[in-house]
Design a protein around this ligand. Structure first.
Ligand code: BGO
Length: 271
């Protein structure tokens, strides 16, 4: 059995602490190929043959920072069997921005609500079952510093990798944007094949530099795609990347409203 699991999360989400807890003394430290960004790998404790690869801390899968490019390249090209996404649950709204992107990659994701000790102390309740349904992926609660939930996390991650259940992303873009992405996907599919064609189409809509360079579409097809993007930009009077970012945050706001409840001291609760 040879399983590769990637550890992804925002800076300060507790990723390093978690990596140390999950892999113990089996770590190997090197650099990502061609760059001076540290690459750490280790064997998942209690699960021989399962390697955990620590990705650089990132906020998004955009092509702007070296860390994002390294993480994205690994996820798309090496295709790990599963992703463990460490979320600072005390900053859930900001952290879910990356989660919604990771669940679009056609790779099983286990979303980890880390820092649950802080969340509980603050009297905040997170409905994990509902969150799991809304994100369409497994959700586990942990505290990396207290060592709680780690065994459950390890076994759920291995299970996700073995069963390889693909996530159908639940994000709802506006009908106009979704239709624009579908039109781009149809153009892409008429020339090239990729199991990630939806993701590629969404990135083409965002005018993602790296994806635009990597697809080998004839010039007239690229022009057609750019016309679709321009139409959307005119309609929303906004840059296509901002259109997607705004709609992603609107969707996350809805998820948080549905799953996070702040308990007031008098016993009443508010969302
Ligand atoms: C310091 N709960 C709590 N309460 N804290 C956690 C948890 C958790 O579940 N997980 C991690 N932390 P990294 P990235 C620190 O270093 O693993 C803490 O960037 C301090 N340091 O201990 O580094 C963790 O790899 C002085 O905190 O995150 C660390 O993702 C005072 O979150 C911080 C207080 O964890 C970031 C905390 C000198």
């Amino acid at each position: 059995m040879n399983i590769k699991i990637a550890l992804a999360g925002n800076p300060n989400s507790g990723k390093t602490t978690m990596f140390n807890e999950l892999t113990g003394s089996s770590q190997h430290v090197g650099n990502w190929p061609g760059v001076t960004v540290e690459k750490k790998e280790g064997i998942l404790k209690g699960h021989k043959g399962v390697t955990v690869v620590d990705l650089p801390g990132i906020y998004s899968l955009s092509p702007y920072t070296l860390e994002e490019v390294v993480a994205r390249d690994f996820l798309l090209k090496e295709k790990p069997d599963a992703i463990i996404n460490i979320i600072d649950a005390s900053n859930i709204e900001r952290n879910l921005y990356l989660t919604t992107q990771l669940t679009e990659l056609n790779i099983p994701v286990v979303a980890v609500l880390n820092m649950m000790d802080i969340v509980e102390k603050a009297g905040i309740k997170i409905n994990t079952d509902k969150l799991s349904k809304l994100l369409n992926c497994t959700v586990v609660e942990t505290s990396a510093v207290k060592g709680t939930g780690l065994k459950e996390l390890a076994s759920k991650a291995v299970e996700a990798a073995k069963t390889n259940v693909k996530i159908i992303p639940t994000i709802e873009f506006s009908k106009y944007v979704a239709d624009s992405i579908t039109r781009i996907e149809d153009i892409y599919n008429s020339c090239e094949y990729s199991p990630n064609s939806r993701w590629i189409a969404a990135k083409l809509f965002e005018k993602d530099k790296l994806v635009m360079e990597s697809v080998k579409l004839p010039e007239n097809f690229k022009t057609e795609i750019m016309e679709i993007v321009e139409e959307a930009e005119n309609k929303y009077d906004d840059d296509s990347e901002s259109i997607i970012t705004n709609q992603r945050y609107e969707y996350i706001e809805k998820i948080v409203k549905d799953t996070v409840v702040k308990q007031r001291r008098n016993g009443l609760s508010s969302s």
